[in-house]
Write a protein that binds this ligand. Structure first.
Ligand code: MF3
Ligand code: CO
Length: 247
């Protein structure tokens, strides 16, 4: 668990957040029909390094790339490849992690490739908005599962299913730290949130069943029914009135 206390550390992790944010913006500008996920990965690695950071995922538990690129029914941890050419109508979740000055930041956005179906568009919007609802609860004195409950409630009210096989996490001096941040839970429960605590909040939302399975590569998580999935993630610092989103 990382609880920031001194200005130097706040500033360092903000720099890591900026590397991730700017890298995601660069990747977004390259998302078009015809581009491969391997090309997005190469562009992201170049961006992270030129911004003075290091990729956080590459080599982590043997993960082979800089980003995760999760297309359509891929929930998370899609491995970039030259074989996956993006096509009009796809949605692609891009997850980026970077380290700078000893601190980590981690964020994801799901992008539309050209014009997408009504369901795909709504799934992306609901997932993005559920993350916002969760972050509104991420303030000093609230309980951890206030975040979880806000996400779940919004997702379910809009007819979709939160994934339970993966969760958000503490982050800071390591990429993954306690506590786990589930995308479902009971309001009023869980540990009390403290100012300076750094969390990666990351709803993964499915259009059909919440169930997922992991492919033989040991990473790629897909929906069990082949329906679409979306993923948004921000790294935030708990504060008194409003969390600071650093990514
Ligand atoms: N944002 C994802 C997570 O927190 C990305 C991890 S990819 C990995 O789980 F390779 F680093 F595992
Ligand atoms: Co994460």
């Amino acid at each position: 668990m990382t609880i920031l206390r001194v200005d130097e550390d706040f500033n360092s992790i903000r720099k890591a957040g900026k590397v991730v944010r700017e890298t995601l913006a660069l990747v977004e500008s390259k998302v078009k029909p015809g581009v491969t996920t391997a090309e997005l990965d190469a562009a992201a690695e170049k961006a992270i390094r030129s911004l003075g950071g290091e990729p956080a995922f590459k080599g982590y538990k043997g993960y082979p790339a800089t980003i995760c690129a999760s297309v359509n029914d891929v929930v998370v941890h899609g491995i970039p490849t030259r074989k996956r050419v993006l096509a009009e109508g796809d949605i692609v979740g891009v997850d980026v992690g970077a380290r700078k000055e000893g601190f980590y930041a981690d964020a994801a956005r799901t992008f539309a490739v050209g014009k997408v179906s009504e369901t795909a568009f709504r799934l992306m919007e609901v997932t993005r908005e559920s993350l916002k609802k969760g972050i509104l609860q991420a303030i000093e004195g609230n309980r951890l599962f206030d975040i979880s409950s806000a996400i779940q409630t919004y997702v379910n009210r809009n007819g979709f299913k939160e994934v339970r096989a993966f969760v958000g996490h503490g982050i800071g001096r390591q990429l993954h730290e306690p506590p786990e941040v589930p995308n479902w839970g009971v309001k009023g429960r869980g540990p009390i949130l403290k100012s300076g605590l750094v969390l990666a909040v990351e709803p993964m939302v499915n259009a059909g069943t919440r169930d997922v399975r992991v492919l033989e590569d040991g990473w790629t998580a897909v929906t069990a029914d082949g329906e679409l999935s979306a993923h948004f993630e921000e790294t935030i610092i708990i504060a008194r009135d409003e969390a600071e989103i650093i990514t």
